[in-house]
Design a protein around this ligand. Structure first.
Ligand code: PLP
Length: 422
C-alpha cells in the first residue's frame, strides 16, 4: 500500500475501514473539551460503552436473586469464566477446554510455574528474554529461590547482540540447544513490552521441546493484539492480562491457557481449590481434590463476577469484529504510523520495534537519545495520551478496535509541530 502524509488520505482510509463503527462503542478521555488522541491501549484499553449495562445487570441480579444468582442470574455465576473463555478461543487459537480466566496475570504466572517448573539437580534452569517486564523477572527470581536454587546460575537471559536492540531468534534457539541438559523451562514474553518485538512462539516452543523443557509464554501484550495459535503451536502454557488490548478495565481478571495434553491429565501437579474441582461433586463437600480435566482444573476460588463482567462485555465486541479483521486493520494503521514518523525532520529518535509487520503488533517504540521526557510532556500537553518507559522510550499503539487513521495523522501533526519549534 502506498501511503500519503495527508489528512485527506487518513480520512479516506477511515471511510474504507470495515471496522470504523466500533470506535463509537468506546468512551474516550476528554482533553481540552475534545477526545484525547489515545494511543495507549498497550497499557490500558478504553472503556467499551456496553460495560456499564453489563455491570448493572449483575448488580440487579445480586439484588434480586442473591445466592440464587449462581444458578438463576441472567448469566449464572457458577459458569462465569466460560462467558470469557468462549470468545477467547479464536483470539488465542485454543479450544475452550484449554482456556480459563481467573486471578490476575502475575498470580497465574506463579501458579503455572508451580505446575511446569519442577527443577531437579540436573535440570533446573529457566530461559527468558533479557529486559522482560519486571513482574515476570521477580516471579521467576522468587520461584527459583523458592525451590532452593540460585538465580545467578538458574536464570539464563537472552540479550540482543552488542549494538542491537532486538533479540535474534537464532540466538534464542542456539542457547536453548546449548543448555538442553540443564533447561527445565523456557518462559518468554510474546511481545517484549519495551521494544514491541513479537517473538517466534512456534520456533521457541519446538526448540524447548527438543531440549526436553516446557515452553510457557506471557502474552500480556499479545492478547487481543495479534491472533495466536497456542494449541497448534504446541505451547505448554500461557498467561495474560485483560486490561491492555482486551479492554477489560483496570485490574480485570487474567487469562490462562493449558495445552489439552496437560489439562486433560488430572494427575498433573498443581495447587487446588474448590472451583477447580469437578463440578458434579464440588458441592458434596467431601475430602479428596478431583480436578476438572481441563484448564479450569487450575481455578481455585469462586468466580470473581465483578472482575470478569467488563471483560465479558468487551469480548462481545471482539466476537463481532473478528480478531483477523482487527489484525488486518492494525497492520495498516501501524504501518501508516511508521511511514509518517519516517517523514519527520528535526527530532532525534529511532524506532526500535522491528520494521517487519509480522514481528510486531500495534506498538511502535520510539527511543529518544535526549529530551525524550520533555517531548513526552509536550505531547501530553497537546492532548495525546501515550506512555513513557524508562530509560528512554515512548510507546505508541494505535488499537484497531477504537483508533482511526485520523488519530494517527493528528499524532504525527503534533510531533511535527513540536519538532519544528524545537
Ligand atoms: C502488563 C504486564 C504485567 C502486569 O502483571 P499484573 O500481574 O497484571 O500486574 C506482567 N507482565 C507483562 C509482560 C506485562 O506486560
Amino acid at each position: 500500500m502506498e501511503y500519503v502524509a495527508s489528512l485527506a488520505f487518513a480520512k479516506e482510509q477511515d471511510q474504507k475501514d470495515p471496522l470504523r463503527k466500533f470506535r463509537e462503542q468506546f468512551l474516550f478521555p476528554q482533553r481540552k473539551g475534545k477526545d484525547a488522541i489515545y494511543l495507549c491501549g498497550n497499557s490500558l484499553g478504553l472503556q467499551p460503552r456496553n460495560v456499564k449495562a453489563a455491570i448493572e445487570q449483575e448488580l440487579a441480579d445480586w439484588q434480586q436473586c442473591a445466592v440464587e444468582g449462581y444458578w438463576g442470574a441472567k448469566h449464572p455465576w457458577l459458569y462465569y469464566q466460560q462467558y470469557c473463555s468462549k470468545p477467547l478461543t479464536s483470539i488465542m487459537g485454543a479450544s475452550q477446554q484449554e482456556l480459563t480466566v481467573m486471578n490476575t496475570l502475575t498470580v497465574n504466572l506463579h501458579f503455572m510455574m508451580l505446575s511446569f517448573y519442577k527443577p531437579t539437580k540436573q535440570r533446573f534452569k529457566v530461559l527468558m528474554e533479557a529486559g522482560a517486564f519486571p513482574s515476570d523477572q521477580y516471579a521467576v527470581e522468587t520461584q527459583v529461590k523458592f525451590h532452593g536454587f540460585d538465580p545467578e546460575s538458574a536464570i539464563i537471559e537472552v540479550s540482543p547482540r552488542p549494538g542491537e536492540q532486538l533479540i535474534r531468534t537464532e540466538d534464542i534457539l542456539e542457547i536453548i540447544n546449548r543448555e538442553s541438559n540443564s533447561l527445565a523451562l523456557v518462559l518468554f514474553g510474546g511481545i517484549n513490552y519495551y521494544t514491541g518485538q513479537f517473538f517466534d512462539i512456534p520456533a521457541i516452543t519446538a526448540a524447548a521441546h527438543r531440549a526436553g523443557a516446557y515452553a510457557g509464554f506471557d502474552l500480556a501484550h499479545v492478547a487481543g493484539n495479534i491472533p495466536v495459535q497456542l494449541h497448534d503451536w504446541d505451547v505448554d502454557f500461557a498467561v495474560w492480562c485483560s486490561y491492555k488490548y482486551l479492554n477489560g478495565g483496570p485490574g480485570a481478571v487474567g487469562g490462562a491457557f493449558v495445552h489439552e495434553k496437560h489439562a486433560g491429565n488430572r494427575g498433573f501437579p498443581r495447587l487446588g481449590g474448590w472451583w477447580g474441582n469437578e463440578e458434579r461433586i464440588r458441592f458434596k463437600m467431601e475430602k479428596g481434590f478431583v480436578p476438572k480435566d481441563n484448564a479450569e482444573g487450575w481455578q481455585q476460588s469462586t468466580a470473581q463476577v465483578f472482575n470478569m463482567v467488563s471483560l465479558k462485555a468487551s469480548l462481545e465486541l471482539f466476537e463481532e469484529a473478528g480478531i483477523k479483521a482487527l489484525r488486518n486493520k492494525s497492520i495498516g494503521m501501524t504501518n501508516f504510523l511508521e511511514f509518517l514518523l519516517q517523514q519527520l525532520k528535526g527530532i532525534n529518535f529511532e524506532i526500535i520495534t522491528p520494521n517487519n509487520c509480522n514481528e510486531r503488533g500495534a506498538q511502535l517504540s520510539l527511543l529518544f537519545k535526549d529530551k525524550g521526557k520533555e517531548i513526552h510532556q509536550q505531547m501530553t500537553d497537546a492532548g495525546i495520551i501515550v506512555d513513557w518507559r524508562e530509560p528512554g522510550v515512548i510507546r505508541v499503539s494505535p488499537a484497531p478496535m477504537y483508533n482511526s487513521y485520523q488519530d494517527v495523522f493528528h499524532f504525527y501533526e503534533i510531533i511535527a509541530n513540536i519538532a519544528s519549534n524545537a
